[in-house]
Design a protein around this ligand. Structure first.
Ligand SMILES: CC(=O)SCCNC(=O)CCNC(=O)[C@H](O)C(C)(C)COP(=O)(O)OP(=O)(O)OC[C@H]1O[C@@H](n2cnc3c(N)ncnc32)[C@H](O)[C@@H]1OP(=O)(O)O
Length: 547
């Protein structure tokens, strides 16, 4: 018999999927019809040289061009009428809640002052405190020892107002994500395996009834998911004894699998088919399957690489499994061994000699843990401080004056009083107290000047919603001279002159937002603003020092 004569399958072999992953359906439908896969040999020529073919068949294995008649009758016989079986495989009653296990990763922020002596001292102190729970009221931190008049500040206790979480493990689980989406899915499936609800098996056509039933189930999934691949061709390879199939079995039903041929002498394997039943896709089975395959191929077959012709719409999946379009494997190790295709993309995956493929999640978790511990050595980002009390009274004036030094955690983060940023006040020393008084007087004078202006009447009081019912629907941040005056008199609100100017500008902008240019309100706003600006200008020139 001519072993190359069964080109009936070869001429139109294509693996384009019928029901690609939901998340990729758009691209899949666009590509599946045009990227039909064909053996390069087409109808007449063998797909690869007979010499390499015969070398492969030293163990009597079938290849794509072997005659179908030589396929195991047990497997082939079950082919035609069992298509529906694959549908029955997708029991939904054990759906896993993958979403719940997906968490957002909050990147820990490294303390950039970690290298300094001060920082190390601080860190070692905090590490010690890490062992105990320490909760202080932030108010006590604000009040304790602070002296606004002299500028000596705040807390006297070592780390006031800090709430350090109880133990390292708890911090780890509470604050830091223990696993990403990838690991979460892997862990979930691993637990299912450990509980015996899920298993991964690697089989070939060994004649054992149960195995044959699974292989037929897998063949049916391939037939459905790779509709452009001739069914006879699928049967032939799945039942070929030189091919192996790694399968996901749940409740004794096949959920999906990968059929591959290990070329042991060449130490690489060719993935022929890979599919998960339609309603179980994008739940992590494909990934776990691939991990089991890699582990088995490395540890049992001694393989170092996988090659496959990936359907265009499955390239994304293979990339996520570590496959590349670049082929690094020396050509003489694979050329002539695997079938060439038109369409599809040849991809390669190097199997790592050490990675624990079926327990990657544990490895990743340990790595995260190690990184987390290192971050906590270098920074304080795991310490949670109480928030600032932002309670306000009338006119948005804070109920309690908060000094910068009293902001919980600020000093511990490396802040020092010389880092005042954009504040034009500087520290609350006696001289800046003078500056503060000076500023208050200047703002008072500006307010009075505006108040006395002929165009000030629309701005003297807050707009009354009874008079203008839709005003507060449009103006979300209202301002008026009375509110500004209260803020000035509180001597707490306007800690910078810019804040005062910003309020005035907002007041004028509001008037021009709500009213049209032809209205008196709009015109008053423009004239009063010009007056205000000239007063600010002349006041500053006359030496009204703001700081
Ligand atoms: C050599 C060949 O056999 S090529 C033909 C491949 N088979 C098919 O196309 C048949 C139809 N598709 C399927 O059977 C399945 O979707 C498979 C086998 C491709 C993937 O199995 P799944 O169980 O769905 O994969 P799994 O849930 O582990 O997903 C792993 C990742 O790949 C992504 N992915 C899955 N399928 C695809 C795809 N077709 N294209 C791009 N990305 C994909 C998933 O979104 C997921 O990404 P994430 O980790 O960022 O969340």
């Amino acid at each position: 018999m001519d072993t190359h004569s069964s080109h009936l399958a070869a001429s139109n072999r294509s693996r384009s999927s019928q029901s690609p992953s939901p998340s990729h359906s758009a691209s899949a439908s666009a590509t599946s019809s045009i990227h039909k896969r064909k053996l390069a040999s087409e109808d007449h020529a063998p797909p690869f040289p007979p010499s390499s073919f015969s070398a492969d068949t030293r163990d009597g294995a079938l290849t794509s061009n072997d005659d179908l008649e030589s396929i195991s009758a047990r497997g082939g016989g079950a082919d035609s009428d069992s298509d529906d079986e694959s549908e029955a495989l997708g029991d939904d009653d054990e759906d896993f809640d993958h979403d719940s296990s997906m968490r957002n990763f909050t990147a820990a922020r490294l303390d950039n002052s970690g290298g300094s002596a001060a920082a190390s001292a601080r860190n070692s102190k905090l590490k010690t405190e890490n062992l105990t729970v320490k909760i202080e009221n932030s108010d006590s931190a604000k009040d304790g020892g602070g002296n606004a008049g002299t500028g000596t500040v705040g807390p006297t206790s070592s780390v006031p107002g800090i709430m350090v979480k109880e133990d390292a493990t708890k911090i780890f689980t509470d604050n830091i994500q223990t696993s990403g989406a990838y690991s979460a899915r892997e862990e979930l499936l691993k637990r299912e395996e450990e509980a015996g609800r899920l298993k991964f098996v690697c089989l070939s056509n060994d004649g054992i009834d149960e195995h044959m039933v699974w292989l037929v189930g897998l063949k049916n999934i391939f037939a459905r998911q790779l509709p452009n691949m001739p069914k006879e061709y699928i049967v032939r390879l799945v039942m070929d004894r030189s091919h192996k199939s790694v399968m996901v079995i749940r409740r004794n039903h096949v959920v999906g699998g990968i059929t591959y041929r290990p070329y042991v002498s060449q130490r690489f394997g060719e993935i022929a088919f890979c599919a998960i039943t339609a309603d179980e896709q994008v739940k992590g089975y494909g990934t776990r399957l691939m991990n089991h395959l890699k582990q088995h191929a490395r540890d049992v077959d001694g393989l170092t690489h996988f090659l496959t012709y990936a359907d265009n719409n499955a390239v994304g999946y293979f990339i996520k499994q570590g496959f590349t379009k670049e082929i690094y494997l020396e050509k003489d190790r694979w050329h002539g061994y695997i079938k060439d295709y038109d369409g599809g993309i040849l991809m390669e995956c190097k199997i790592d000699p050490k990675l624990p493929y079926t327990d990657l999640s544990t490895m990743i978790r340990r790595q995260r843990q190690a990184i987390d511990e290192k971050i906590r050595e270098l920074s304080n980002c795991h310490i949670v401080y109480p928030g600032i009390d932002f309670q306000k009274k009338e006119a948005g004036i804070p109920k309690k004056l908060i000094k910068v030094e009293d902001i919980p955690g600020l000093k511990e983060a490396g802040w020092t009083p010389d880092q005042w940023g954009h504040s034009r006040f500087g520290t609350l020393t006696a001289s800046t107290e003078n500056a503060k008084k000076h500023l208050t007087n200047f703002m008072r004078a500006l307010l009075k000047s505006m108040h006395d202006h002929v165009d000030a009447w629309p701005f003297k009081d807050p707009v009354d919603a009874r008079d203008v019912p839709d005003y507060y629907d449009i103006i979300k941040d209202p301002m008026d001279l009375k509110t500004m005056s209260k803020r000035v008199e509180s001597e707490q609100y306007y800690v910078t002159f810019e804040m005062f100017v910003a309020d005035a500008k907002r007041m004028f902008a509001n008037a021009r937002t709500y009213n049209s240019p032809d209205t008196i309100y709009y015109k008053c706003a423009t004239r009063l603003e010009a007056h205000f600006q000239s007063k600010v200008q002349s006041g500053l020139q006359a030496g009204a020092k703001i700081q």
